[in-house]
Design a protein around this ligand. Structure first.
Ligand SMILES: [Zn+2]
Length: 153
């Protein structure tokens, strides 16, 4: 029997959902709460996904926000600071231990809902506005340019 990758519930009907570019198998509740449903099938009758990213829709509200670069380390460090095992933290967050482990290893990006829970629970900031990142990059470029000029001289 397959189980939901988020909450661990046994699956009769499997919902494949796309969360930040990763396809994971979940139950109906988690599918509706967390991601975009790619396909559903009866457990045990899995077939290949061939239309994976064809109709990808980008939520305009989420577009200008992205995860901080070392979000997985941040989550792991915070969890360790709280003295929680993977299992304990996953239970408190209402997600599966293996799902949390994958998030911490950077293998999977957490979905919005899990992200918000983690930010609240660990009191950390996991998202950053892309806009500010761009500005930062630009000022770095400016610095480089100045450095170039200095070198030429
Ligand atoms: Zn579930």
């Amino acid at each position: 029997m397959m189980e939901c990758m988020i909450c661990g519930k046994e699956l009769k009907i499997v919902y494949k959902v796309e969360i930040d570019g990763n396809i994971i198998e979940t139950c109906e509740n988690c599918a509706k709460a967390h991601g975009r449903i790619v396909e559903t099938f009866r457990s045990g009758y899995e077939k290949e996904i061939n239309s994976k990213f064809e109709k990808r829709e980008i939520d305009p509200i989420e577009e200008d926000i992205e995860l901080v670069e070392d979000f997985n380390e941040l989550i792991r460090n915070s969890r360790e600071k709280f003295g929680l095992s993977l299992e304990e933290a996953a239970r408190k967050l209402g997600i599966k231990e293996s799902f949390l482990a994958k998030i911490e290893s950077g293998e999977i990006l957490p979905d919005k809902k899990t992200l918000k829970k983690m930010e609240k629970f660990f009191k950390i900031k996991l998202e950053e506005k892309i806009e500010s990142k761009k500005l930062e990059k630009k000022s770095q470029e400016d610095k480089l340019r100045i450095a170039d000029i200095v070198e030429i001289k």
